[in-house]
Ligand binder design. Structure first.
Ligand code: ADP
Ligand code: MG
Length: 252
């Protein structure tokens, strides 16, 4: 299968703190990868590096063989022009822990904003946004503002917004961590509907049951490195490394 995403030697420090230590990861197109790991292990930094929200010190990310955010010049990486980076970023949706909806825009406007900025007509963007809002169960909320919605509803809008640019890949950074427990299921349910649709999903989450059920591939990170990876059964039921076992014993 073609690799949707290829991460090669991802290395990043903040000052003298090394956050990613040469991470290599291949994610096959159309699959679901769940990334687990303790707080501070570099999960968010890795996700942000995938769509070039974070610049790597060394290494690179490729989407279907195309370098994201950089090109290789001689043996050095050179930034792509901002316009090219924005175009690439549209191919990779991002769902944040804290939803990050635009508070001053309605739910419908939150979903249509990026497609309209990309040059799609307002009418077509609205039609498609309504279809997406129906898909996440929020057809009746299009005129509301984010503050009028529950956290679970806001996150479902954020997912609809990510889908509006028809991305090949969607990255989820702890999409349910900011939610009250009773709202977690509705968001995981929407994410579940995206699996098997051909999109490539990478989900950072502590929801082990969800990982077991939907992941094709599970990655456990600690201290800026991948400690182990494999099928859900390998990593979640038969972890080989002490650090994975310790982590699972805390979150299960
Ligand atoms: P995780 O998502 O696994 O909790 P992060 O990728 O957010 O981990 O962070 C990894 C480490 O990098 C943490 O120690 C964090 O404090 C540090 N870090 C993250 N972003 C920054 C930043 N912008 N400046 C300085 N340190 C950062
Ligand atoms: Mg994080």
């Amino acid at each position: 299968m073609t690799a949707a995403i290829d991460i090669h030697n991802a290395t990043k420090s903040y000052g003298d703190k090394t956050v990613l230590r040469g991470v290599d990861l291949t994610v096959a197109a159309g699959t679901v990868t769940v990334i687990l790991g303790p707080s501070g292990s570099g999960k968010s930094t890795l996700l942000r590096a995938i769509n070039h929200l974070e610049k790597l010190d060394e290494g690179f990310v490729a989407l279907n063989g195309e370098l994201i955010g950089v090109r290789v010049k001689g043996d050095r990486l050179k930034e792509l022009p901002e316009k090219r980076i924005l175009r690439q970023r549209a191919r990779i949706g991002f769902v944040f822990q804290n939803f990050n909806l635009f508070p001053h825009l309605t739910i419908l406007e939150n979903v249509t904003e990026a497609p309209i900025a990309q040059g799609i007509s307002a009418k077509r963007a609205r039609d498609e946004a309504r279809t997406l809002l129906a898909r996440v169960g929020l057809a009746d909320k299009e005129a509301a503002y984010p503050r009028q919605l529950s956290g679970g509803q806001q996150q479902r809008v954020a997912i609809a917004r990510a889908l509006a640019l028809e991305p090949e890949v969607i990255l989820f950074d702890e999409p349910t961590s900011a939610l009250d427990p009773e709202l977690v299921g509705e968001v995981l349910g929407v994410i579940r509907t995206l699996t098997g649709s051909g999109k490539t999903l990478i989900v950072v989450t502590h929801e082990i049951g969800f990982a077991r059920e939907v992941a094709d591939h599970v990655v456990f990170m600690d201290e800026g490195a991948i400690v182990e990876q494999g099928t859900p059964s390998d990593v979640l039921s038969h972890p080989r490394h002490r650090r994975t076992q310790d982590f699972l014993s805390k979150v299960l």
